[in-house]
Ligand binder design. Structure first.
Ligand SMILES: [Zn+2]
Length: 155
């Protein structure tokens, strides 16, 4: 049998092969072939002159799975920020002090908001307590919350 794969866009012959038989798997293996001229993957495949089709490959919707996981992590991260902010609100700190803390925690909050909980924990662990708003006890509390979420042993 003669297998011929031609670019549908420019007509270039991309693959020409001869075997006693070609399985659907053989044919599907050519799915990633790209035309060197125009980079297209629109291919026309013929077996002994008869056009054949690819079996549509069911690829796992990996991106959407990861997006779902990250969305969950972002929800968690935002809930942590909300908890911290509410505690600060009740703590009655001055605007000046809260402003400083906001700057100090920018990196941690970015990590939490993007769902990068491991990075948030690393950044939290690198923080120096200020003895007022960011106390040792509070740092430990929040580290424990993140560690529990990540399934790590608590500090
Ligand atoms: Zn082409």
């Amino acid at each position: 049998m003669d297998l011929l794969i031609v670019c549908e866009t420019c007509g270039l012959t991309l693959i020409q092969a001869s075997k006693s038989s070609f399985s659907q798997e053989d044919i599907d293996a050519y799915r990633s072939v790209k035309c060197a001229v125009d980079g297209t993957t629109n291919l026309q495949i013929t077996l002994d002159g008869t056009t054949v089709s690819f079996t549509p490959k069911v690829s796992p919707p990996l991106l959407s799975v990861v997006q779902g996981q990250l969305a969950g992590a972002q929800d968690f991260g935002n809930s942590i920020i909300l908890q911290f902010a509410a505690e600060n609100y009740l703590g009655g700190y001055s605007t000046t002090d809260l402003n400083t803390v906001l700057t100090t925690l920018t990196g941690v909050m970015q990590a939490l908001q993007t769902g990068s909980i491991t990075i948030a924990l690393q950044r939290l662990e690198a923080l120096e307590p200020d003895g007022q708003i960011i106390t040792v006890a509070r740092l430990t509390e929040y580290r424990n919350i993140l560690q529990a979420y990540l399934g790590m042993p608590l500090t």
